[in-house]
Design a protein around this ligand. Structure first.
Ligand code: ADP
Length: 645
């Protein structure tokens, strides 16, 4: 029986596993890289060992170092969590070879299912429908290009070893297939150490539906219903729910049966997930099987009343499942929102910083699985997910209201997050009516960028006066202080001067008039000339102002970092063609050299940050000068890369 469990992971999932272990009477043991020496997850461990330097390849992805930590901490079992080594068959094998219990499927099952190509072949052999495409062994560029032509546009290039939406490229319209293939292979190699790819027909407007599998060593394989994970950005899930509003009991039974068949085809043991795409005409296709615990497992836990990590530990201990497929029933509805350190307004670029304020909501029916707290550092080295807010209620509509209330009440300062986007999604009519497909974020961009009614005037007024009342504004000068705030709906420009005494302001611009302002903490009350009152809460942080007004939270940002497409070039005054790094990262390749002539939108540099490749394109045409970086260089955010004159 497991007594001491090494949790070979970090962040929220390390915390989640530690909690389940402790409840089961098992000692949770942690690991950390140098960047994580003071990380949040370590507070949940009884003991912890250093793995190595910050880069994952030298710490969380280093099998030898993880095994050494297990020995050092006298662990008798290892839980890999998700990501990192969770789907590396050689790791599972090394753990069992070292005489330890691996909390997960067998190495053979991971080998068969952890790889998209292999998994698709197996599923097809067992009569499970798969997305049409090419999953052959011939990986030559010529062959892939030919197969892609046969599939037709749009075609999807996927890393065989991929996960988390990385190493995936849609090739549509007249995009160059060769360039997309090279980029996908590079990303796959960097992220997974394996550059094999497969090709698939790219389905438009499918739903992502996945089934939770749990199987014991006695041969019982049960599915715990579905999760719908259609709300995605960059093929990465943002909001998930269970059950799905798209399934009839009949379709659920058919898909569930196919999922169980796929799992049985590899003699699957422990927790796993079979993913499908459900097309608009009701046909479904196997996508892949994730041979591990999923990020979104909590929604299943809430509607089934189970603890999946505890079940994983019990199964790893050789215990039979305490239920059979016939006992499984769902109750109520659950949603999960992933809170990421990123900037939705800027192509979801990951954000870094120190979390100066972390105040999660405490409403009933909410669960928070967090990997950070106040004071936590968010670095460039790992995934940008900070926490998951999970809401549970008797029905779908009530669960959405709980999630909305919780998202509105959440306060995070010090790092930019996707909270503003999440708050708008839960107000979106299509989302609320269950009209959810993987194209949702793209199709609803207009609404999401400009919620019905926009930001009310009251919120704008509070944001402006809060920015002016902030002591930092006074460093600029005492009269005519300009404030520029970017809301979702519009950019607010105003100039404020003090009139009579401390609290009286004269404003000109988008917000104009004479106002008397009172503040107490973050409560702000404003009265205009006629004595008309506007009250709410507003907090100024390094990035902007967050306003709570009339039942909703609004975010206004100070001048944002440049967008990817126009990186750097538009930053300086007109005529300044300096291109700077939009964020810290590593230069993957430099597509130009001094003296080259470029046109608008030409590729200049590929920057890798937080395991994603970002294209830096020319915002305007000109001649390239002063190339300051080469492939392999590490650059700071804002570093000068080159000039265009
Ligand atoms: P990963 O393992 O990186 O998460 P998946 O194969 O699970 O990759 O796919 C992730 C998401 O990408 C899916 O949920 C879906 O939105 C999109 N996707 C994958 N394959 C296709 C496809 N053939 N057509 C349309 N969308 C797809």
């Amino acid at each position: 029986m497991i007594r001491r469990l090494l949790i070979a992971n970090r962040g929220e999932i390390a915390v989640r596993i530690a909690r389940a272990a402790r409840e089961a009477g098992i000692v949770p043991l942690g690991v950390y890289s140098d960047a994580d020496a003071h990380a949040y997850h370590l507070g949940f461990m009884d003991d912890a060992a250093r793995l190595g330097p910050a880069p994952a390849r030298e710490s969380y992805l280093d099998v030898e170092r993880v095994l050494r930590a297990a020995r050092e901490l006298r662990a008798d079992a290892v839980h890999p969590g998700y990501g990192f080594l969770s789907e590396r068959a050689h790791f599972a094998r090394a753990v069992t070879d070292a005489g330890l219990i691996f909390v997960g499927p067998t190495a053979d099952a991971i080998e068969a299912m952890g790889d998209k190509t292999e998994a698709k072949r197996r599923a097809r052999e067992h009569g499970v429908p798969v997305v049409p495409g090419y999953d052959g062994d011939d990986q030559s560029a010529e062959r892939l290009e030919r197969e892609a032509a046969g599939i037709g546009r749009p075609v999807l290039i996927k890393a065989s070893a991929g996960g988390g939406g990385r190493g995936m490229r849609i090739v549509a319209g007249d995009t160059d297939f060769g360039e997309a293939l090279a980029a996908a292979k590079r990303e796959a190699l960097a992220a997974f150490g394996d550059e094999r790819v497969l090709l698939e027909k790219y389905l438009t407007r499918p739903r992502h539906i996945e089934f939770q599998i749990i199987a014991d060593a006695q041969g019982n394989t049960v599915h715990l219903g579905e999760r719908e994970c259609s709300i995605q950005r960059r093929h990465q899930k943002v909001i998930e729910e269970a059950p799905s509003s798209a399934l009839t009991p009949e379709l659920r039974a058919r898909m569930g049966e196919a999922a169980v068949r796929a799992a049985r085809s590899v003699g699957y043991v422990n927790a796993g997930t079979v993913e499908f795409l459900l097309s608009e005409d009701g046909s479904f296709y196997f996508l892949e099987m994730n041979a591990r615990l999923q990020v979104e497992h909590p929604v299943t836990e809430l509607v089934h009343g189970v603890d999946l990590v505890r079940l994983q530990l019990d199964v790893a201990n050789g215990l039979p499942l305490p239920f059979s497929g016939d006992d499984v029933a769902t109750r109520g509805w659950a949603f999960e929102a992933r809170i990421n350190a990123e900037d939705p307004a800027n192509d979801f670029l990951p954000a870094i910083g120190t979390i100066s304020r972390w105040e999660p909501p405490g409403e009933p029916g909410l669960r928070l699985d967090a990997g950070v707290g106040a004071g936590s550092e968010v670095t460039i080295y790992y995934d940008s997910m900070l926490a998951k807010l999970i809401a549970y209620a008797p029905d779908r509509a009530a669960a959405i209201e709980r999630l909305r209330a919780g998202l509105d009440a959440f306060r995070i300062d010090g790092v930019r997050t996707n909270l503003p986007l999440l708050r708008r999604i839960v107000r979106d009519d299509a989302f609320r009516s269950g009209d959810t497909t993987t194209a949702f974020l793209g199709e609803r961009a207009a609404f999401l960028a400009s919620p019905a009614g926009g930001e009310p005037g009251g919120a704008a007024l509070l944001a402006i006066v809060a920015a002016l009342a902030d002591p930092r504004a006074w460093r600029i000068g005492r009269v005519g202080i300009p404030v520029v705030l970017d809301g979702v709906e519009r950019t607010l420009r105003a100039v404020g001067s003090r009139t009579n005494g401390e609290n009286a302001w004269h404003l000109e611009g988008d917000v104009a008039g004479d106002f008397v302002v009172e503040t107490a903490g973050d409560r702000v009350t404003v009265r205009d000339e006629r004595g008309e009152r506007t009250g709410g809460r507003a907090r100024v942080d390094a990035g902007g102002v967050e306003v709570l007004f009339d039942g909703a939270t609004y975010r206004f940002d100070f001048a944002p970092p440049p967008s990817l497409e126009t990186a750097g070039v538009e930053r300086g005054p007109k005529g300044d063609g300096t291109v700077t790094a939009p964020m810290p990262g590593k230069i993957v390749s430099v597509a130009v050299k001094t003296g080259d002539t470029v046109a608008e939108r030409d590729l200049l540099i590929v920057l890798e940050a937080m395991k994603m490749e970002h294209r830096i394109e020319a915002a305007r045409g000109g001649t390239v000068k002063n190339v300051a970086v080469a492939a392999g260089a590490l650059v700071a955010g804002g570093a000068t890369l080159l000039d265009i004159e």
